[in-house]
Design a protein around this ligand. Sequence first.
Ligand code: LRH
Ligand code: MN
Ligand code: MN
Length: 424
Amino acid sequence: MKIEKSIIDQHNQGLQERHQRAFDFVSSDVDNIDDILEKLQRFQIAIPSWALGTGGTRFGRFSGQGEPGSLEQKIEDVGLLHALNQSSGAISLHIPWDIPQNAEEIKALATSYGLKFDAMNSNTFQDQAGQAYSYKFGSLQHVDPNVRKQAVAHNIEVIKHGIALGSKALTVWLADGSSFPGQLNFREAFQNTLESLKEIYAHLPADWKLFVEYKAFEPNFYSTTIADWGQSLLLANKLGDKAYTLVDLGHHLPNANIEQIVSLLLMEGKLAGFHFNDSKYADDDLTAGAIRPYQLFLIFNELVDGMDVRGIDHATGLGWMIDASHNLKDPLADLLQSVEAIKIAYAQALLVDRTALKEAQQQNDVVRAQEILQQAYRTDVRAIVAESRLRSGAALDPIGLFRALDVRKKLIAERGMNSVATGL
Ligand code: LRH
Ligand code: MN
Ligand code: MN
């Protein structure tokens, strides 16, 4: 299924008058509205291939329908999202879940939807059929050098797939750790991981980056070898200039001050980018902005500030990606909601009066500082984000159009009851 531009235009015409009123109202107070709109238009958020199917929990899974059964169909799904919002111009693949059989054809297909290939993800947290050694007790950290070698070889393979597709980064997330005290020598596990990562790093092309993702716990419940930003940064620093720390919002212990982490990683020039999602408890992988939209805004506030100080381009300087997985909502509608929430937080952060904030900070005027941030946060910027979509040829109301077009029903008609598990 493809959504033609004429359908989008027709949808926009129906909403134009109402939109114009809302946009005129909010933009009349903003001096640099054209600059903000241009930044919003350029800002693209990559979609992970594994978010396109209905997720499950360890207690079960309620199948969706009309889900993509092949890499081609996953690309088609992201193409649909991108046609609706012109903000999801890249797909992130997970190997071996998404092995491209013919890279040239896959690349051409993606290009036909205006899509690029975001970071490639390796998988050494599951055993694959025919694999010689098991990852039950870890991969890059393993006490057995044969297991480590196998895991390194897999990562090199993933880089090769990425090169063929035009990707520019490898994301390594490890489930490695231990579930019981005494099971593991922490220092040896870390050293083994570092040595293995060094071998992978040596195979990165010159213009590639290595993203080291951390996670506090799960599937291991006593220790995780790359458990927090400190451990990831330690590795990234030891590896070299091409290695960075990746922040997945759901990978922290409760109440962690993620915006402060982001600010310092940016200061060090070591922030890779994001896996956006939201959570109430841990790695819940809920829709971005669904639980703590203020936190998302505060993160973007630090991002805009830190990137501007360092002269980093907002759209291309870091890796922007969603990492969510749903067992209740239609995955496509949910992804549209995540992208919208991220763009809203970004737009609000662009509204912050930074000169006034700096002044308030210099004078220790705490009340004023809070007022400045909340003035931006409490501005209803939805019409600004919608205007940026309109200017890019996307739908004023992507979810509304997704509903009106009965996209899922059409996909079911095309693909049948096809349902793919993404139990993460
Ligand atoms: C781990 C994680 C990591 C994986 C993805 C499937 O929890 O966030 O990024 O690659 O989920
Ligand atoms: Mn992640
Ligand atoms: Mn996760």
